[in-house]
Design a protein. Structure first.
Length: 431
């Protein structure tokens, strides 16, 4: 097909009813669209078939992961320009041929079918999680979901995260600080909020590669139990603990937080883990942590939050992230999280929103990945590496545009009598 790009541009604009904000470069070498804009590279007709049968986010994601689509130019600028077409339109995943009624739109859809060719539809990339939505957040399903995300390979995560090996939002003193300094400041902030002192017991729920556990034991003299469902994380964390000479103070377990038997703890940190819990299980999660905490003990719950919907029944899980990144992950509004913690018995004492910090963090992770792209593809495979690049770049924009946020909620298991142990002016912490 001569001038495939011009044909695609015309048909897509007819279908959507708005001009395309990006250029199109097609498999025949042709280009069409705004000069100087980032280009959506359509490598083959299969990309068009993917979009026809899963219009919107999931079809784009499948084409990206499979290598059928690419972006030429600034990735962030392209995603920002395309956000109105994808994330903000609220398209459902039905076939275009099923959901159009306008004759001109039907004609455009038929034109795209001719461009796409046969067979239809293509199989999803092998990196996509294939399962039903039944039996969410059982211990078994949570182990599978955590393994999918975190057992990509420690060498791969070393590329992305850098020497700190912390996979949650850093705490930036300034945008030009190093990622390692910002992550150290985040660990320090958590320890100060928890008011850790030597000899106390800290439970690190979702301990990752052990960075918080090591920092708390080394800098504050506490004894730490870190729990994770990832075998690869646990092996890596134990090696780091041994290298620091902290095996007498830090224990890393492959264990579900629901199975921790040896409370009470003086303090609990849950950093970037509660997103995996799910709305139906969240009260149970809060009650379990309350049970594991001694009276007067503090909980630091660091969690991504979505914006509340006018109609919460219409909320849908992000298709791309659910299929490729965090299977069964769910984001809740901040108010829901605070409410569930209070229902479990906690007294919420402080909430700190650090949304802008996550945008900075994600951009550094993307830069790390891109700087060692060839090795990352060898370690994780091209499809998985492309998943992580798209997911982190899109999430950076989501935080920067206030589509999602991240908050540190400090709560206390206030004992009978009401003495929370908190200072009158609590915000004396700060790294």
């Amino acid at each position: 097909m001569a001038e495939a790009a011009l044909r695609l541009k015309s048909l897509v604009e007819q279908l959507l009813g708005i001009p395309l904000p990006v250029r199109i470069r097609a498999w025949d070498g042709s280009q069409a669209g705004p000069p100087g804009a980032p280009a959506l590279v359509v490598r083959n007709r299969r990309a068009v078939r993917r979009l026809l049968f899963k219009p919107g986010e999931l079809g784009l994601a499948r084409a990206w992961v499979a290598g059928d689509l690419d972006i030429e130019g600034d990735l962030y600028a392209a995603l920002d320009l395309m956000s109105e077409l994808v994330w903000e339109r609220g398209e459902d995943a039905r076939s275009l041929l099923q959901m159009v009624r306008d004759p001109e739109v039907r004609a455009a859809a038929r034109g795209l079918v001719k461009v796409a060719g046969l067979p239809l539809p293509p199989a999803p990339p092998r990196e996509e999680v294939r399962r039903t939505r039944a039996h969410l957040h059982t211990k078994r399903s949570d182990r599978r979901a955590i393994s999918h995300h975190y057992d990509v390979g420690n060498d791969f995560y070393e590329i992305v995260l850098g020497p700190s090996m912390v996979y949650s939002c850093a705490y930036w003193p300034s945008p030009d600080a190093t990622l390692e300094d910002a992550q150290r400041d985040k660990l320090e902030l958590i320890c100060r909020k928890l008011d850790l002192t030597a000899g106390q017991r800290l439970l690190d729920v979702g301990c990752g590669w052990g960075s918080l556990a090591i920092h708390a034991a080394r800098e504050y003299g506490v004894r730490v139990v870190g729990v994770t469902l990832s075998q690869e994380q646990a092996a890596y964390a134990r090696k780091r603990v041994a290298g620091e000479g902290l095996t007498d103070r830090v224990e890393i377990r492959v264990q579900d937080y629901r199975d921790v038997p040896d409370g009470p703890y003086d303090a609990i940190a849950s950093v970037g883990m509660a997103e995996h819990v799910g709305a139906e299980r969240y009260l149970e999660y809060a009650e379990d942590l309350y049970r594991l905490l001694k009276p007067g003990g503090r909980l630091l719950n660091h969690q991504i939050a979505r914006r509340p919907q006018r109609d919460e029944s219409s909320y849908r899980v992000d298709e791309f992230i659910d299929a490729y990144v965090f299977p069964d992950g769910e984001l809740a509004p901040l108010g829901s999280t605070v409410g569930q913690l209070e229902r479990a018995g906690f007294e919420v004492r402080d909430v700190e929103a650090i949304r802008e910090h996550y945008g900075l963090t994600l951009r550094r992770w993307v830069a790390n990945l891109e700087a060692d792209w060839a090795r990352a593809m060898r370690l994780a495979g091209p499809g998985r590496a492309r998943v992580w690049r798209l997911y982190m770049a899109a999430c950076a924009l989501a935080f920067e545009r206030n589509r999602i946020g991240v908050n540190q909620v400090l709560a206390v298991r206030t004992p009978e009598g009401g003495d929370s142990g908190m200072p009158l002016r609590a915000r004396t912490w700060g790294a």
